[in-house]
Design a binder for this molecule. Structure first.
Ligand SMILES: NC(=O)c1ccc[n+]([C@@H]2O[C@H](COP(=O)([O-])OP(=O)(O)OC[C@H]3O[C@@H](n4cnc5c(N)ncnc54)[C@H](OP(=O)(O)O)[C@@H]3O)[C@@H](O)[C@H]2O)c1
Length: 335
């Protein structure tokens, strides 16, 4: 596979997102299924794995440790802190909590190292900026982890240019992770330019638009009870119907190029700059192989321009997040 520079690490151009094996769009995989998918990604040449304390409230990190730690020196390991499952009322039931205090970050890192069966996490992100805690304090906590040799590099997730600059002044930031795809262009407002200026990698999450650009969404009825797309504006029936109307022309471009719709979405990202790292997630081995080969797809200037005008913030209907989720992030967004 083609490689790219992610901070100090040389990684496969396309990484692997380890959220979906636990939660988000489908039911949690079995241990055996999760192991097969993770091993398939490694065997396909992927050398950038992205997980988080949040995913499955530790289950994703546990599986990465269980199935990949024997190959720890073959890939770059990224994980995240600052948002995790907490048993707030002592009932045994965990809920998602954003907490960016340095002491919480350090405790989360210790738990992660144990689950991941490793001594050091290569790239450790603050998953959300906790607006109760100055970003400088949270990054200071992460910088202490670098000094202690527990993590090698620091990343931020879903932040604005202003927050990135403040953080970068405390300690160099290796990567910003944020949603980026043809249908979510928010990074183009500002944070992408700031990443380029500061030499920060941009890790693009939800690169196939949570399945939409992979031609795997047909109707809002297909989402199971725990599928997070049920609450997302763009996947509400009226909006989805309008958005689906874009796909015949999009799929025709994929056919013309000679790739699949998912590969087209990933390839479009790879063509936006050498600092962009798409991290698609999947529960299926066949999709692992398909996505891993997106770096072989060359897009001409004409195709890039037609894609740009077909799917963008003006042609897509509905916000990417509802009001609650939007209030938890710090990203600039198209109103
Ligand atoms: N920092 C953050 O706040 C944040 C937020 C969200 C995600 N992330 C990270 O980004 C990763 C990827 O994002 P994501 O999972 O939200 O979105 P995504 O990768 O854009 O989409 C995943 C969805 O697309 C489907 N899919 C993937 N490849 C496919 C293919 N080749 N053909 C057909 N369907 C395909 C998957 O279904 P199948 O399982 O059926 O393939 C799944 O439903 C996550 O795993 C996580 O590591 C980070």
């Amino acid at each position: 596979m083609i490689t790219r520079q992610l901070g100090p690490f040389t990684v496969s151009a396309t990484g692997f997102g380890c959220m979906n094996i636990c939660h988000a769009y489908s039911e949690r995989l079995s241990d055996a299924e999760a192991g097969k998918v993770l091993r398939a990604a490694l065997d396909a040449g992927i050398t950038h794995f992205d997980t988080a304390a949040l995913y499955g409230f530790g289950q994703s990190e546990t599986w990465v440790g269980e199935f990949l730690s024997a190959h720890r020196n073959e890939f770059t390991l990224a994980s995240k802190c600052g948002m995790q499952g907490v048993d707030v009322d002592g009932s045994g039931k965990k809920v998602r909590v954003i907490d960016g205090r340095p002491e919480t970050i350090k405790k989360t890192c210790e738990d992660a190292l144990r689950r991941l069966k490793t001594d050091v996490i290569d790239l450790y992100y603050l998953h959300r900026w906790d607006k109760q805690v100055p970003i400088e304090e949270s990054v200071g906590g992460l910088a202490d982890l670098v000094s202690a040799g527990k993590i090698r590099a620091i990343g931020l997730s879903e932040v604005s240019s202003e927050t990135l600059r403040k953080a970068h002044a405390v300690h160099p930031i290796a990567a910003v992770q944020t949603e980026y795809s043809l249908w979510t262009r928010n990074p183009e407002i500002s944070v992408d330019a700031t990443c380029r200026e500061l030499g920060v990698a941009l890790v693009a999450f939800s690169p196939v638009a949570r399945g939409f650009l992979a031609d795997s969404v047909r109707t809002a009825d297909q989402f199971g009870p725990k599928d997070i797309r049920r609450g997302m504006p763009r996947f509400q029936p009226d909006n989805l119907e309008k958005n689906l109307a874009l796909l015949p022309r999009y799929n025709a471009i994929a056919a013309e190029v000679g790739c699949t719709p998912a590969q087209l979405a990933i390839a479009w990202l790879l063509h936006q700059g050498a600092h962009i790292h798409p991290i698609p997630g999947t529960t299926r081995v066949a999709h692992v192989h398909e996505n891993a080969r997106a770096d072989e797809v060359h897009l001409s200037a004409d195709v890039l321009s037609r894609l740009d005008s077909l799917i963008n913030q003006s042609t897509v209907t509905g916000n990417r997040y509802d009001a609650q989720a939007q209030s938890e992030v710090d990203t600039e967004f198209f109103a």
